[in-house]
Design a protein around this ligand. Structure first.
Ligand SMILES: Cc1ncc(COP(=O)(O)O)c(C=O)c1O
Length: 416
Protein backbone atom coordinates (compact mmCIF):
# COMPACT_ATOMS: atom_id res chain seq x y z
CA UNK A 1 0.00 0.00 0.00
CA UNK A 2 1.38 3.47 -0.94
CA UNK A 3 2.05 5.92 1.88
CA UNK A 4 -0.79 8.22 0.77
CA UNK A 5 -3.31 5.45 1.22
CA UNK A 6 -2.08 5.01 4.79
CA UNK A 7 -2.85 8.59 5.79
CA UNK A 8 -6.10 8.89 7.74
CA UNK A 9 -9.00 10.34 5.79
CA UNK A 10 -9.52 13.14 8.28
CA UNK A 11 -6.07 14.54 7.45
CA UNK A 12 -7.45 15.63 4.07
CA UNK A 13 -9.80 17.94 5.94
CA UNK A 14 -7.11 19.65 7.98
CA UNK A 15 -6.27 23.19 6.87
CA UNK A 16 -3.33 25.39 7.74
CA UNK A 17 -2.27 28.90 8.60
CA UNK A 18 -1.39 30.22 5.16
CA UNK A 19 0.31 33.31 6.61
CA UNK A 20 3.23 30.99 7.36
CA UNK A 21 3.67 30.33 3.63
CA UNK A 22 4.04 34.08 3.06
CA UNK A 23 6.76 33.99 5.70
CA UNK A 24 8.63 31.25 3.87
CA UNK A 25 8.42 33.22 0.67
CA UNK A 26 9.71 36.35 2.41
CA UNK A 27 12.56 34.35 3.90
CA UNK A 28 13.53 33.05 0.44
CA UNK A 29 13.65 36.64 -0.74
CA UNK A 30 15.81 37.67 2.18
CA UNK A 31 18.19 34.76 1.41
CA UNK A 32 18.76 36.28 -2.03
CA UNK A 33 20.08 39.36 -0.24
CA UNK A 34 16.95 41.48 -0.69
CA UNK A 35 15.65 43.64 2.14
CA UNK A 36 12.27 42.50 3.47
CA UNK A 37 9.81 44.70 5.34
CA UNK A 38 7.97 42.05 7.40
CA UNK A 39 4.32 43.11 7.69
CA UNK A 40 3.10 39.55 7.10
CA UNK A 41 3.24 37.60 10.36
CA UNK A 42 1.64 38.45 13.67
CA UNK A 43 4.84 37.66 15.53
CA UNK A 44 6.57 40.23 17.70
CA UNK A 45 10.08 41.68 17.54
CA UNK A 46 9.58 43.07 21.06
CA UNK A 47 11.48 41.27 23.82
CA UNK A 48 9.65 39.49 26.63
CA UNK A 49 10.04 41.66 29.78
CA UNK A 50 13.19 40.72 31.71
CA UNK A 51 11.26 40.06 34.92
CA UNK A 52 9.41 37.23 33.19
CA UNK A 53 12.63 35.74 31.82
CA UNK A 54 14.23 35.94 35.28
CA UNK A 55 11.21 34.25 36.87
CA UNK A 56 11.42 31.37 34.35
CA UNK A 57 15.14 30.98 35.05
CA UNK A 58 14.56 30.99 38.80
CA UNK A 59 11.76 28.44 38.49
CA UNK A 60 14.07 26.11 36.56
CA UNK A 61 16.81 26.56 39.14
CA UNK A 62 14.27 25.93 41.91
CA UNK A 63 13.50 22.57 40.35
CA UNK A 64 10.14 23.36 38.72
CA UNK A 65 11.17 21.03 35.95
CA UNK A 66 8.94 18.00 36.54
CA UNK A 67 5.31 17.36 35.62
CA UNK A 68 2.67 19.54 37.23
CA UNK A 69 -1.16 19.33 37.39
CA UNK A 70 -2.86 18.94 34.00
CA UNK A 71 -5.10 21.94 34.57
CA UNK A 72 -2.09 24.10 35.49
CA UNK A 73 -0.37 25.04 38.74
CA UNK A 74 -2.90 26.38 41.28
CA UNK A 75 -0.90 29.62 41.71
CA UNK A 76 -1.30 30.47 38.03
CA UNK A 77 -4.93 29.40 37.82
CA UNK A 78 -5.69 31.60 40.80
CA UNK A 79 -3.72 34.58 39.53
CA UNK A 80 -5.38 34.40 36.13
CA UNK A 81 -8.85 33.98 37.64
CA UNK A 82 -8.26 37.11 39.74
CA UNK A 83 -6.90 39.11 36.81
CA UNK A 84 -9.74 38.09 34.51
CA UNK A 85 -12.46 38.56 37.12
CA UNK A 86 -11.59 42.22 37.18
CA UNK A 87 -10.93 42.69 33.44
CA UNK A 88 -13.99 40.69 32.32
CA UNK A 89 -16.35 41.84 35.07
CA UNK A 90 -17.41 38.36 36.24
CA UNK A 91 -16.56 36.20 39.23
CA UNK A 92 -13.98 33.53 38.38
CA UNK A 93 -12.03 31.08 40.53
CA UNK A 94 -9.12 28.73 39.76
CA UNK A 95 -11.69 26.07 38.81
CA UNK A 96 -12.68 28.23 35.84
CA UNK A 97 -9.15 28.15 34.38
CA UNK A 98 -7.37 25.44 32.40
CA UNK A 99 -3.80 26.29 31.41
CA UNK A 100 -2.81 25.54 27.82
CA UNK A 101 0.29 25.59 25.66
CA UNK A 102 -0.73 28.81 23.89
CA UNK A 103 -4.10 30.21 22.93
CA UNK A 104 -4.38 28.12 19.78
CA UNK A 105 -5.02 24.72 21.46
CA UNK A 106 -8.21 26.16 22.97
CA UNK A 107 -9.75 26.25 19.49
CA UNK A 108 -9.20 22.55 18.87
CA UNK A 109 -10.23 21.55 22.38
CA UNK A 110 -13.42 23.62 22.24
CA UNK A 111 -14.41 22.00 18.96
CA UNK A 112 -13.47 18.50 20.16
CA UNK A 113 -15.32 18.82 23.45
CA UNK A 114 -18.51 20.54 22.33
CA UNK A 115 -19.13 19.77 18.65
CA UNK A 116 -20.48 16.51 17.26
CA UNK A 117 -19.88 15.52 13.63
CA UNK A 118 -22.61 17.14 11.54
CA UNK A 119 -23.08 20.10 13.90
CA UNK A 120 -22.92 23.52 12.30
CA UNK A 121 -20.47 26.11 13.59
CA UNK A 122 -20.63 29.85 12.92
CA UNK A 123 -17.22 31.49 12.64
CA UNK A 124 -15.86 34.75 11.24
CA UNK A 125 -14.67 35.04 7.65
CA UNK A 126 -12.34 36.80 7.15
CA UNK A 127 -10.98 35.23 10.30
CA UNK A 128 -8.24 33.21 11.94
CA UNK A 129 -7.91 30.19 9.60
CA UNK A 130 -7.60 27.61 12.36
CA UNK A 131 -11.32 27.84 13.18
CA UNK A 132 -12.33 26.46 9.78
CA UNK A 133 -9.52 23.91 9.79
CA UNK A 134 -10.56 22.45 13.15
CA UNK A 135 -14.30 22.43 12.41
CA UNK A 136 -13.75 20.51 9.16
CA UNK A 137 -11.17 18.18 10.72
CA UNK A 138 -13.58 17.08 13.41
CA UNK A 139 -16.48 16.57 10.99
CA UNK A 140 -18.43 19.78 11.62
CA UNK A 141 -20.25 21.86 9.03
CA UNK A 142 -18.66 25.25 8.36
CA UNK A 143 -20.91 28.30 8.46
CA UNK A 144 -18.78 31.39 7.85
CA UNK A 145 -20.25 34.79 8.69
CA UNK A 146 -19.07 38.11 7.30
CA UNK A 147 -18.66 41.77 8.16
CA UNK A 148 -19.95 45.07 6.79
CA UNK A 149 -17.87 48.17 6.14
CA UNK A 150 -19.03 51.11 8.21
CA UNK A 151 -17.59 54.63 8.66
CA UNK A 152 -15.34 53.72 11.57
CA UNK A 153 -14.25 50.31 10.33
CA UNK A 154 -16.13 47.01 10.23
CA UNK A 155 -19.14 45.56 11.98
CA UNK A 156 -20.64 42.09 12.13
CA UNK A 157 -23.35 41.43 9.57
CA UNK A 158 -26.09 40.58 12.07
CA UNK A 159 -28.78 40.18 9.38
CA UNK A 160 -26.68 37.63 7.54
CA UNK A 161 -25.87 35.88 10.82
CA UNK A 162 -29.57 35.30 11.53
CA UNK A 163 -30.10 33.73 8.11
CA UNK A 164 -27.31 31.21 8.70
CA UNK A 165 -28.84 29.57 11.78
CA UNK A 166 -30.58 26.19 11.44
CA UNK A 167 -31.60 23.63 14.07
CA UNK A 168 -28.16 22.03 13.56
CA UNK A 169 -26.25 25.18 14.55
CA UNK A 170 -24.56 24.50 17.88
CA UNK A 171 -21.48 26.72 18.23
CA UNK A 172 -20.60 30.36 17.65
CA UNK A 173 -17.00 31.55 17.41
CA UNK A 174 -16.54 35.23 18.19
CA UNK A 175 -13.25 37.10 17.87
CA UNK A 176 -13.78 40.60 19.15
CA UNK A 177 -10.59 42.65 18.63
CA UNK A 178 -10.45 40.77 15.41
CA UNK A 179 -7.64 39.26 13.39
CA UNK A 180 -7.25 40.28 10.55
CA UNK A 181 -9.60 43.29 10.46
CA UNK A 182 -9.01 44.92 13.84
CA UNK A 183 -12.81 45.04 14.12
CA UNK A 184 -14.30 45.82 17.50
CA UNK A 185 -17.98 45.51 18.42
CA UNK A 186 -19.54 48.46 20.24
CA UNK A 187 -21.73 47.73 23.32
CA UNK A 188 -24.91 47.70 21.23
CA UNK A 189 -23.50 45.12 18.83
CA UNK A 190 -22.16 43.04 21.76
CA UNK A 191 -25.64 42.99 23.27
CA UNK A 192 -27.17 41.91 19.96
CA UNK A 193 -24.60 39.12 19.71
CA UNK A 194 -25.31 37.99 23.28
CA UNK A 195 -29.08 37.98 22.61
CA UNK A 196 -28.48 36.06 19.39
CA UNK A 197 -26.43 33.35 21.16
CA UNK A 198 -28.99 32.95 23.95
CA UNK A 199 -31.98 32.93 21.58
CA UNK A 200 -30.43 30.12 19.52
CA UNK A 201 -28.91 28.36 22.57
CA UNK A 202 -25.39 28.42 21.14
CA UNK A 203 -22.19 27.64 23.01
CA UNK A 204 -19.58 30.31 22.38
CA UNK A 205 -15.84 30.40 21.91
CA UNK A 206 -14.76 33.96 22.65
CA UNK A 207 -11.30 34.29 21.14
CA UNK A 208 -9.81 37.09 23.23
CA UNK A 209 -6.22 36.82 21.96
CA UNK A 210 -6.10 40.62 21.47
CA UNK A 211 -8.28 41.71 24.41
CA UNK A 212 -5.30 43.40 26.06
CA UNK A 213 -3.97 44.95 22.87
CA UNK A 214 -6.48 47.80 22.96
CA UNK A 215 -5.18 51.37 22.84
CA UNK A 216 -8.01 53.62 24.02
CA UNK A 217 -10.82 52.81 26.42
CA UNK A 218 -11.46 49.63 28.35
CA UNK A 219 -11.98 46.37 26.44
CA UNK A 220 -15.18 44.45 27.06
CA UNK A 221 -15.85 40.73 26.96
CA UNK A 222 -19.03 39.05 25.75
CA UNK A 223 -19.08 37.14 29.07
CA UNK A 224 -20.00 40.35 30.90
CA UNK A 225 -23.49 40.21 29.31
CA UNK A 226 -26.13 38.39 31.37
CA UNK A 227 -26.49 34.71 30.54
CA UNK A 228 -23.23 34.54 28.57
CA UNK A 229 -20.63 33.43 31.16
CA UNK A 230 -22.35 30.07 31.57
CA UNK A 231 -22.17 29.25 27.84
CA UNK A 232 -18.82 30.78 26.86
CA UNK A 233 -15.27 29.49 26.78
CA UNK A 234 -12.67 32.27 26.57
CA UNK A 235 -9.42 31.77 24.67
CA UNK A 236 -6.78 33.61 26.69
CA UNK A 237 -3.14 33.92 25.70
CA UNK A 238 0.07 35.25 27.24
CA UNK A 239 1.53 35.60 23.72
CA UNK A 240 0.62 39.17 22.83
CA UNK A 241 0.20 41.19 26.01
CA UNK A 242 3.50 40.00 27.47
CA UNK A 243 5.35 39.55 24.13
CA UNK A 244 5.63 35.80 24.80
CA UNK A 245 4.62 34.30 21.45
CA UNK A 246 7.34 31.65 21.45
CA UNK A 247 6.87 30.60 25.09
CA UNK A 248 3.57 28.92 24.20
CA UNK A 249 1.29 29.62 27.12
CA UNK A 250 -2.39 30.42 27.25
CA UNK A 251 -5.59 29.26 28.92
CA UNK A 252 -9.17 28.17 28.44
CA UNK A 253 -11.39 30.11 30.83
CA UNK A 254 -15.04 29.28 31.32
CA UNK A 255 -17.74 27.64 33.42
CA UNK A 256 -16.61 24.66 35.49
CA UNK A 257 -18.58 22.16 33.40
CA UNK A 258 -16.66 23.22 30.29
CA UNK A 259 -13.27 23.40 32.02
CA UNK A 260 -13.67 19.84 33.37
CA UNK A 261 -13.94 18.58 29.77
CA UNK A 262 -10.99 20.68 28.60
CA UNK A 263 -8.90 19.30 31.48
CA UNK A 264 -9.70 15.75 30.36
CA UNK A 265 -8.28 16.63 26.94
CA UNK A 266 -5.16 18.08 28.59
CA UNK A 267 -4.45 14.77 30.35
CA UNK A 268 -4.82 12.89 27.10
CA UNK A 269 -2.78 15.28 25.03
CA UNK A 270 0.10 17.20 26.61
CA UNK A 271 -0.21 15.89 30.22
CA UNK A 272 0.50 19.41 31.45
CA UNK A 273 1.78 22.73 30.08
CA UNK A 274 5.46 23.60 30.63
CA UNK A 275 5.95 23.77 34.34
CA UNK A 276 8.56 26.52 34.81
CA UNK A 277 6.88 28.74 32.21
CA UNK A 278 3.77 28.77 34.35
CA UNK A 279 5.79 30.29 37.21
CA UNK A 280 7.05 32.96 34.82
CA UNK A 281 3.42 33.65 33.88
CA UNK A 282 2.51 34.18 37.55
CA UNK A 283 5.18 36.89 37.65
CA UNK A 284 3.86 38.32 34.36
CA UNK A 285 0.35 38.67 35.78
CA UNK A 286 1.42 40.15 39.09
CA UNK A 287 4.35 42.46 38.41
CA UNK A 288 4.58 43.75 34.87
CA UNK A 289 2.09 46.63 34.59
CA UNK A 290 4.83 49.09 33.57
CA UNK A 291 6.37 46.70 31.04
CA UNK A 292 3.07 45.78 29.39
CA UNK A 293 2.21 49.47 29.09
CA UNK A 294 5.54 49.99 27.32
CA UNK A 295 4.70 47.21 24.88
CA UNK A 296 1.36 48.88 24.14
CA UNK A 297 3.01 52.30 23.72
CA UNK A 298 5.49 50.84 21.23
CA UNK A 299 2.72 49.18 19.23
CA UNK A 300 0.60 52.33 19.28
CA UNK A 301 3.41 54.45 17.78
CA UNK A 302 3.83 51.87 15.01
CA UNK A 303 0.09 51.82 14.33
CA UNK A 304 -0.11 55.60 14.14
CA UNK A 305 2.80 55.89 11.74
CA UNK A 306 1.67 53.02 9.51
CA UNK A 307 -1.93 54.29 9.31
CA UNK A 308 -0.79 57.84 8.58
CA UNK A 309 1.49 56.70 5.77
CA UNK A 310 -1.02 54.27 4.27
CA UNK A 311 -3.70 56.97 4.24
CA UNK A 312 -1.54 59.08 1.89
CA UNK A 313 -1.25 56.30 -0.73
CA UNK A 314 -3.49 56.88 -3.73
CA UNK A 315 -6.24 54.26 -4.01
CA UNK A 316 -5.82 52.87 -0.48
CA UNK A 317 -8.57 53.31 2.05
CA UNK A 318 -7.56 52.71 5.62
CA UNK A 319 -9.15 53.08 9.02
CA UNK A 320 -7.22 53.13 12.28
CA UNK A 321 -8.13 50.11 14.45
CA UNK A 322 -8.26 50.70 18.18
CA UNK A 323 -7.06 47.18 18.93
CA UNK A 324 -4.87 44.28 17.72
CA UNK A 325 -1.65 44.93 15.82
CA UNK A 326 -3.17 44.62 12.37
CA UNK A 327 -4.28 47.10 9.73
CA UNK A 328 -6.72 45.97 7.05
CA UNK A 329 -6.72 48.50 4.19
CA UNK A 330 -9.05 48.37 1.21
CA UNK A 331 -6.82 48.26 -1.87
CA UNK A 332 -9.54 47.84 -4.52
CA UNK A 333 -8.92 51.21 -6.14
CA UNK A 334 -5.12 50.98 -6.01
CA UNK A 335 -5.35 47.60 -7.75
CA UNK A 336 -7.71 49.00 -10.36
CA UNK A 337 -5.42 51.98 -11.03
CA UNK A 338 -2.54 49.60 -11.69
CA UNK A 339 -4.59 47.16 -13.76
CA UNK A 340 -4.49 44.25 -11.30
CA UNK A 341 -7.62 42.18 -10.84
CA UNK A 342 -5.98 39.52 -8.69
CA UNK A 343 -4.94 40.51 -5.17
CA UNK A 344 -2.34 37.74 -5.09
CA UNK A 345 -0.60 39.30 -8.13
CA UNK A 346 -0.79 42.69 -6.44
CA UNK A 347 0.85 41.18 -3.34
CA UNK A 348 3.64 39.60 -5.40
CA UNK A 349 4.16 42.85 -7.29
CA UNK A 350 4.66 44.83 -4.07
CA UNK A 351 6.87 42.12 -2.55
CA UNK A 352 9.12 41.78 -5.58
CA UNK A 353 9.47 45.48 -6.34
CA UNK A 354 9.71 46.87 -2.79
CA UNK A 355 10.37 44.01 -0.34
CA UNK A 356 7.18 44.90 1.57
CA UNK A 357 5.62 41.59 2.60
CA UNK A 358 2.00 41.28 3.74
CA UNK A 359 -0.94 38.89 3.69
CA UNK A 360 -4.17 39.44 1.83
CA UNK A 361 -7.77 38.86 2.76
CA UNK A 362 -7.52 35.51 0.99
CA UNK A 363 -5.20 34.18 3.67
CA UNK A 364 -8.13 34.42 6.08
CA UNK A 365 -10.78 32.28 4.40
CA UNK A 366 -12.46 32.03 1.01
CA UNK A 367 -14.19 35.36 0.21
CA UNK A 368 -17.97 35.26 0.65
CA UNK A 369 -20.21 35.63 -2.43
CA UNK A 370 -21.17 39.28 -1.91
CA UNK A 371 -17.66 40.67 -1.27
CA UNK A 372 -16.76 43.34 -3.80
CA UNK A 373 -13.64 44.85 -2.25
CA UNK A 374 -10.07 43.60 -1.97
CA UNK A 375 -8.11 43.96 1.27
CA UNK A 376 -4.61 43.34 2.52
CA UNK A 377 -3.45 42.78 6.10
CA UNK A 378 -0.41 44.51 7.50
CA UNK A 379 0.90 43.39 10.89
CA UNK A 380 3.11 45.92 12.67
CA UNK A 381 4.10 43.77 15.65
CA UNK A 382 7.34 42.56 14.04
CA UNK A 383 8.66 45.70 12.36
CA UNK A 384 10.08 48.85 13.92
CA UNK A 385 9.35 52.50 13.10
CA UNK A 386 12.33 53.00 10.78
CA UNK A 387 11.38 50.06 8.59
CA UNK A 388 7.68 50.97 8.64
CA UNK A 389 8.65 54.42 7.34
CA UNK A 390 11.06 53.08 4.71
CA UNK A 391 8.87 50.17 3.55
CA UNK A 392 5.64 52.11 3.23
CA UNK A 393 7.41 54.94 1.37
CA UNK A 394 8.59 52.34 -1.16
CA UNK A 395 5.10 50.86 -1.36
CA UNK A 396 3.66 54.32 -2.01
CA UNK A 397 5.99 54.97 -4.92
CA UNK A 398 5.32 51.51 -6.40
CA UNK A 399 1.56 52.09 -6.24
CA UNK A 400 1.60 55.67 -7.45
CA UNK A 401 3.99 55.11 -10.34
CA UNK A 402 2.23 52.95 -12.97
CA UNK A 403 5.49 52.62 -14.92
CA UNK A 404 6.86 50.32 -12.20
CA UNK A 405 3.91 47.95 -12.41
CA UNK A 406 3.89 48.01 -16.23
CA UNK A 407 7.56 47.03 -16.24
CA UNK A 408 6.95 44.27 -13.67
CA UNK A 409 3.99 42.85 -15.62
CA UNK A 410 5.91 42.85 -18.89
CA UNK A 411 8.96 41.22 -17.29
CA UNK A 412 6.70 38.52 -15.88
CA UNK A 413 5.05 37.87 -19.23
CA UNK A 414 8.37 37.54 -21.07
CA UNK A 415 9.90 35.17 -18.48
CA UNK A 416 9.46 31.49 -19.40
C1 LIG B 1 -7.27 35.42 16.58
C2 LIG B 1 -6.20 34.59 17.15
N1 LIG B 1 -6.53 33.59 18.00
C3 LIG B 1 -5.61 32.79 18.54
C4 LIG B 1 -4.27 32.95 18.26
C5 LIG B 1 -3.28 31.99 18.86
O1 LIG B 1 -2.49 32.58 19.80
P1 LIG B 1 -1.24 31.80 20.43
O2 LIG B 1 -0.03 32.27 19.71
O3 LIG B 1 -1.26 32.20 21.84
O4 LIG B 1 -1.47 30.36 20.27
C6 LIG B 1 -3.87 33.96 17.38
C7 LIG B 1 -2.45 34.12 17.04
O5 LIG B 1 -2.04 34.87 16.20
C8 LIG B 1 -4.86 34.79 16.81
O6 LIG B 1 -4.55 35.76 15.94
Amino acid sequence: MGTNARIAERMSRLGTETAFSVSLEAREFACKGKKIYPFHLGDMNIRTPKKIIDAARKAMEDGKTGYCPSAGIPELREALAKDMSSSRGIKLTAKNVSIQMGGKPVIMKFVMAFMNPGDEVLYPNPGYPIYESQIRFHGGIVKPYGFKMIDKGFSLDMEQLETLVTPKTKLFIFNNYHNPMGAESDPLEMKRIADFCKRHDLLVLSDEAYFDITYDGKPKSIVSYPGMAERTLILYTFSKKFAMTGWRLGAAVGPEWMIEQINRLNVNDESCSNHFIQWAAVEALKNTQKETQQILDTLKKRRDLACKMLSTIKGIRVFKPNSTFYIFPDVTEAMRNLGFNDVEKFRRFILETTGVSFCTRRHFGTPLDDEKHEFIRLAYSGIDLKDIREGLAKMKSAIENPEISKRWVSEKSTKP
